[in-house]
Design a protein around this ligand. Structure first.
Ligand code: PEP
Length: 257
């Protein structure tokens, strides 16, 4: 059975002291969360990665992610942060292809493939984000879009490499809008994603890959969403910025194991 993951995507929020405080509150709260099957992940901004790692390194229930990495290995790329640099801070995961990066920073599938390659080369686990926008959903093109996003970015990888990835289905129309995918929409898409993964790997691998839901997931709707058979937890934006709501979502995930 796949275990659940609750990953908080902090985006460009918090100062260093606020970040340390929030992580400390989450760690304290985790002591009161019954069960330890859920992996909590905090995807913090680059400057706080080392602090986050040092605070969490002895606690197996929580790990640290970066929100992006460079597609390049090293060199004259001012402002970029390589996967090797991330790995050297102790980070275990990296979000790749978030819709905000695709939209505001024009990240293409070719670039995302390079980023995934760089992450895997440095033993980082990619949390690869896919999802359609509202117009695409309104035209009924969501499956086509999501399949193309996966095929374009992942098809050049070996089955073994794909098996190391986590997928986050994040319908763009649900991110930060307060509108959540219905349970039917979420389950249908997660199953579709799993079937697409089976086509580029095999059913054994596709049934073991964790697929997270992201998009206005919060303490109120997490239980229903995470109860869908192919939803293996969540990538949480807004609701991960407070310890009480984030812990409540982790608690929910634990109760479902
Ligand atoms: C996200 O940006 O990954 C996200 C899911 O945001 P929110 O939970 O705020 O919709």
């Amino acid at each position: 059975m796949r275990s659940k993951i609750v990953a908080g995507n902090w985006k460009m929020n918090k100062t260093r002291s606020e970040a340390k405080q929030l992580i400390t509150e989450i760690i304290d709260g985790l002591k009161n969360v019954p069960g330890d099957k859920t992996k909590a992940i905090v995807a913090v901004p680059f400057p706080f990665l080392s602090d986050a790692f040092l605070l969490t390194e002895k606690i197996s229930a929580i790990s640290v992610a970066a929100q992006n990495c460079s597609s390049q290995e090293s060199g004259a790329y001012t402002g970029e942060v390589s996967a090797a640099m991330l790995a050297s801070t102790g980070v275990e995961y990296v979000i790749i292809g978030h819709s905000e990066r695709r939209l505001y920073f024009d990240e293409t599938s070719t670039e995302l493939t390079q980023k995934i390659k760089a992450a895997l080369k440095n033993n980082l686990i990619p949390i690869f984000c896919i999802g359609e926008n509202l117009e695409q959903r309104n035209f009924g093109k969501q499956n086509e879009i999501v399949k193309a996003q996966m095929q374009d970015a992942l098809s050049s990888f070996s089955k073994e490499d794909i098996s190391k990835c986590i997928i986050a289905y994040e319908p763009v129309w649900a991110i930060g809008t307060g509108v959540t995918a219905t349970l039917v929409q979420a389950q249908e898409m997660h199953l579709f994603i799993r079937n697409c993964l089976a086509e580029i790997t095999d059913t054994k691998i596709s049934s073991s890959i964790q697929i997270l839901y992201g998009g206005s997931c919060n303490a109120e709707n997490a239980k229903e969403l995470f109860s869908c058979p192919d939803v293996d937890g969540g990538l949480i934006g807004g609701a991960s910025l407070r310890a009480d709501t984030f812990l409540s979502i982790i608690n929910t995930a634990n109760s479902l194991h």
